[in-house]
Design a protein around this ligand. Structure first.
Ligand code: 16G
Ligand code: ZN
Length: 546
């Protein structure tokens, strides 16, 4: 415990936030950037301990789609995924403890961890003005206990997850990690996309649309997409890419009337859309501020006629595509689909039409609570897992080495064209976490190969109309849901019955209430055969709770 640099007052709590208790939300700590110096310093200390236990960890400074004045901290484990749930408490306690030195010495004693100069904590931040200051606080915390920092500078959240994942996969030594840079990410996806693109059939009849507008919410995504340099500088993919809201005018407009959250919630085109010369054949995409979220859409910016291809539908398109690639792999003994477990993971917010589409096709669907960590962990239980939230967080993960072994054990040649194509597609995903850039590559590969346009893929099913409301409450912790997918309210007692009573009046509808994991509100979700009914149900539940 003595190693903590108690002389350093730079990052001591300011009076204003001295008594604030910070809670670990769905994806880490997030609040006013001004309040986060102490949080970052202390997260640094605990991350250094976690890294000493496992060899490496990551910490990302970002507040995703939230306003510029906010910031936040996301913590990454050695395997590149979000920190394991059993370590959320140590981070929360470390951040809030009134006797940090005692808490830390108890923690390392309890876990039997010794600080290791071989451990590395990889850090990065988004483009917010407050990020460099918070990175400094974070680093001071990590270094205070003698653990080394690998600072990647500005990255998207999924890029940092990827780099930590990559170092783990390649068994990198601490010195290897010291020598890493973000080029590894670009090289990986450039190579994999190039190889995949070469396998795609070029159909004369293709409806593939070449114009793609990418709205990057004035966040980190624009810069990074340009560095990936695949679509922006090369005509050989047949794509004509315009990056909109790329952040080059500064961070002032970060997530302001643009980005995935705004498109998904408000169903309106991003700021600046009308100034771009487009037509009905234009594909549109929006990332969020830290580029871990993506939605596709099409329509007309001047009339605001907008059709969203949301996370539910992206999951289905990618899931269907992977299944079709797998179905091509058969020999006289068996077919690959029989040998591999496959799942699509959704949350309670997945539109019922999406779930029905999948179950009608015999695809296994699982539902989990809201938050990437829950989806990811469920998907990990299968050989191939496709997981997306309706709002566009998600990815495809696979047990690549296991699948290769299954192929070999069942006499499939890895040189077979179908096998090769299937395996190469799996290399376009980000295995660590949802990644707008990687998902863009997957969806474009699918669209190019299938020769379909956005309208055609959107029309595979129609969403049931839905409405989401939020209601401010004094204490959201009084609302407790069944953990399975949070669609059943257990407390306060009696409310669930009244919710059922309300939506049962409309056949084919459903509704649920859950406490937000990120704001002091409860969210009301209603789905019905008509928007009018969905609105009515949501309003009635709102009135009942208010
Ligand atoms: C966080 C989650 C997101 C989830 C949202 C729900 C991650 C990376 N982010 O932003 O997946 O949809 O919280 O917020 O897990 P809520 O609990 O306020 O509804
Ligand atoms: Zn985000």
């Amino acid at each position: 415990a003595e190693v903590i640099n108690q002389g350093d007052t730079t990052h001591a709590p300011t009076d204003k936030y001295k008594d604030t208790v910070f809670s670990y939300g769905t994806a880490g700590f997030r609040t006013d950037a001004d309040a986060l110096d102490r949080v970052c310093y202390r997260v640094g200390i605990v991350a250094a301990i976690r890294a000493s236990e496992t060899g490496a960890a990551g910490v990302m400074i970002t507040a995703s789609h939230n306003p510029l004045k906010d910031n936040g901290v996301k913590i990454i484990d050695k395997n590149g995924a979000m920190v394991t749930q059993s370590w959320e408490d140590p981070f929360t306690n470390g951040v809030n403890s009134s006797d940090l030195v005692q808490y830390i010495s108890d923690l390392i004693a309890e876990k039997g961890i010794a600080y290791s100069d071989k451990a590395r904590v990889c850090v990065a931040c988004d483009t917010r003005d407050s990020s460099p200051r918070l990175i400094a606080a974070l680093k001071a915390g990590i270094e205070a206990v003698g653990v080394k920092v690998k600072d990647f500078g500005e990255l998207s959240t999924p890029q940092l997850h990827f780099l930590v994942w990559f170092a783990d996969k390649e068994n990198y030594s601490p010195e290897d990690i010291d020598g890493m840079n973000e080029e590894i990410y670009y090289d990986y996806y450039k190579k994999n996309l190039q190889e995949y693109w070469a396998l795609i059939s070029r159909d004369e009849e293709s409806h593939y649309q070449s114009q793609l507008v990418v709205d990057t919410a004035n966040g980190i995504g624009g810069k990074q997409l340009k560095k990936l340099d695949i679509f922006t500088n090369s005509s050989h993919y047949g794509l004509d890419v315009t990056v909109l809201n790329d952040g080059s005018t500064g961070t002032e407009f970060l997530n302001h009337k643009c980005g995935a959250e705004c498109i998904h919630k408000d169903k309106s085109f991003p700021l600046g859309a009308e100034e771009i010369k487009t037509d009905d054949n234009t594909k549109w995409v929006s990332f969020d501020g830290d580029a871990d979220r993506i939605v596709y859409y099409y329509g007309n910016p001047s009339t605001q006629d907008l059709n969203v291809i949301d996370g539910d539908k992206i999951a289905i398109l990618l899931g269907d595509y992977i299944k079709s690639l797998m179905n091509n792999i058969t020999n006289d003994k068996t077919s690959l689909s029989e040998l591999i477990t496959f799942v699509v993971v959704q949350t309670g917010y997945a539109n019922s039409a999406a779930t029905k589409y999948l179950t009608d096709k015999g695809v296994k669907v699982e539902r989990v609570p809201t938050g990437v960590k829950y989806l990811h962990h469920r998907a990990e239980q299968y050989d191939i897992g496709v997981y997306f939230e309706a709002n566009g967080h998600g990815t495809v993960i696979s047990k690549y080495q296991k699948i290769v072994k299954i192929l070999q054990d069942n006499d499939f040649s890895l040189d077979d064209a179908h096998v090769n194509k299937f395996l190469k597609f799996l290399l376009l995903t980000n295995e660590a976490v949802g990644d707008a850039l990687a998902t863009l590559l997957m969806v474009e590969a699918f669209l190019k190969d299938s020769g379909k346009n956005t309208k055609e893929v959107n029309e595979i099913y129609s969403d049931l109309p839905s409405r989401m409301l939020k209601l401010a409450v004094k204490d959201r912790s009084q609302f407790k849901t069944h953990h399975e997918d949070e669609t059943l309210l257990l407390q306060p007692e009696g409310l669930q019955d009244r919710i059922v009573e309300i939506f049962s009046k409309v056949e084919g509808s459903r509704a649920f209430v859950r406490p937000s994991g990120t704001e002091d509100v409860v969210r009301i979700y209603a789905e019905a055969p008509t928007l009018e009914d969905a609105d009515k149900i949501a309003d009635e539940i709102n009135d009942m709770l208010a």
